[in-house]
Design a protein around this ligand. Sequence first.
Ligand SMILES: NC(=O)c1ccc[n+]([C@@H]2O[C@H](COP(=O)([O-])OP(=O)(O)OC[C@H]3O[C@@H](n4cnc5c(N)ncnc54)[C@H](OP(=O)(O)O)[C@@H]3O)[C@@H](O)[C@H]2O)c1
Length: 232
Amino acid sequence: MDRPYTILSCAMSVDGRIDDTGPERLRLSNPADFAEIDELRAGCDAILVGAGTLRADDPRLLVRSPVLRERRREQGRTEHLLKAVITRSGEIDPNARLFSTGDAGAVVYSGGEGAETAARLLADLPDTHPPAEVVDAGDPPTAEAVLADLAGRGVSRLLVEGGGHIHTLFLTSGLVDELRLAVAPFFVGEEDAPRFVVPGVYPHGPSHPMRLVETRALGDVVVLRYRLGDER
Ligand SMILES: NC(=O)c1ccc[n+]([C@@H]2O[C@H](COP(=O)([O-])OP(=O)(O)OC[C@H]3O[C@@H](n4cnc5c(N)ncnc54)[C@H](OP(=O)(O)O)[C@@H]3O)[C@@H](O)[C@H]2O)c1
């Protein structure tokens, strides 16, 4: 299958949680790590999150640094990345900031009734917004279908940025090339706090481990990089 080189990036606590149960998003990175993630984003063509992250965080998914945006412009690219969202239900808030910001548009992947729901909810986005499209990626949507569609749009490098269910979907599919984890120096310790992944069948179990290619400290945040699958 023709698909983008796929990088999954996540910040977690030492107990593997990617947020707490409070209303505000928990900061698990420090400024140095945020700057690296911005650089990682700027090197990609598209960025993808799940509907759960959209609802919890209302992220804009932009390249923050003006220098990095300028560099993309000089390369003949859009300043920001194409944004992708995966939803089963199609219950997507048309007022989400993701749709009103950026310059490369958005694609919402859903399937069946979910795709109809999303298309209805997004039908009246203002003309001033970047374009947003709903694409059928199966019911439920699969990572394979999403990646194939993105490849067809010329996306050669994709950044998957959460949340836990979307990490699980991609990692269990065996379609992630690189995993970047930032580990914060504290515990969350709450039973219901979102996890990095949920139970599933992972190709990289104890008998087929990932390849650790980098460990680094950014202040007191540890960055781990793994390669998965065959070299590409
Ligand atoms: N620390 C980090 O790096 C980081 C990064 C991003 C997010 N987060 C945190 O992660 C949390 C959200 O994670 P989450 O796991 O609840 O949500 P999520 O993974 O962002 O999204 C889950 C949603 O994806 C949709 N979906 C589509 N296909 C699916 C499939 N095959 N399997 C499962 N879901 C599918 C469903 O949407 P529908 O409900 O519409 O059907 C589901 O509710 C938030 O607290 C956020 O702050 C942390």
